[in-house]
Design a binder for this molecule. Sequence first.
Ligand code: FCB
Length: 425
Amino acid sequence: MTRTDLSGLQIGAATAAVQIEGGDPGNQWHAFAQRPGRIADGTTPTPATDHWRRWREDTDLMAELGLQVYRLGIEWSRIEPAPGRVDDSAIARYREELTAVRDHGIIPLVTLHHFSHPTWFDELGGWTSAGAVGRFLDHVERMVSSFGDLVAEWVTINEPNVYATQGFLFGEFPPGRSGAWRDIRRVLHTMCRAHCLAYERIHDLQAHAKVGVAHHLRVFEPRRRRNPVHRLFARTNAYLFQEAISHALLGGRFPRVLGRQPSDVCPGRFYDFLGINYYSRSAISGMRDGRFDGVPVNDLGWEIYPTGIVEVARWLHDRYPGPIWVTENGTADAADDFRSRFIVEHLRAMVTSDLPFERYYHWCLVDNWEWAEGHTARFGLVELDTTTLERRVRRSGELLAGAIESGAVTDELYRDYVAGSTYRC
Ligand code: FCB
């Protein structure tokens, strides 16, 4: 039996502004990417996919694929290029795009911070400064007043844990710092507080809004299950990387490891959906991520572990019940050899579980600029020719479109797109 019923899910794709738009020198990634050695292939976020100019074509592509929902980022530095100065033409441009998305019957979910912000925000101390919260809340308020008639679903912040560790522990994202533990803690505290207050602020302005955070969750397992050191590190990594901040983000309860309980956040409920970005599993024997031997992997060497999507969702849902939106899930597969299998196995794990999965946003629509990986990692349902910027729907894009249309991965779809494919180890 290969058929998988998807009728309870709304399905679409997710993107982030810096990764697709191109041509915005005002965010902190622009300068970071110019520094030698920062980006794997030496590219910068311009032109990325040139979506800023080609958004009509991309919106039509989404409609062609039959997407029901679309998660996109709006670039803060375009809206507020200098502190307090608003660019009305940027607002108008995003309004045009959001209107077109809605006209196709696609529900937009807007991310307010997805790893990028104006360079002036960093010059004022970035997320390590306490003033960051007020600056972010002003931005949030402007966003809701500018787009609230077109958007009712918001992700406040994308993956605070990835932002903090990549930027302040591993040095792979701006500001490119390493081992800055005190600042990691400060950044996480500030982002969690910003999320809680933004959750309240959005609801004050738009009572019917649905607001959440896109939380990156991995499966952490001891490399050798009997080894107590591996077990201890697996627990510690899971706690420090994702569990402690779950309590702050969703329950407004700040565990000691993050610092003091903020005086302006009372424990409560700070989510309308559980946004989960899920990609992989880690085999842990120390502080760094590792991988089990002989497991299926993608082009970046990340393990493909479909049942993990249910494991991480269960951990969260047991503590914070609510509808689950998979705000990102996808894989780097330039040859499109196994993406269809990847999609089907993750969807199947979700819908055959007893958890209330409501949405699935595939990462991503068109191959994009993958941060420090540049254009070397290909996550798209649609292939990008980086020279001509032409788009071509991949077979995995056809598979997802077929599954949306049928409300199921039918036996025929399985046979045509999945049966003949295998993962590589
Ligand atoms: C997530 C990011 C997203 C993309 C995918 C591959 O951590 O949120 O922007 O880079 O990984």
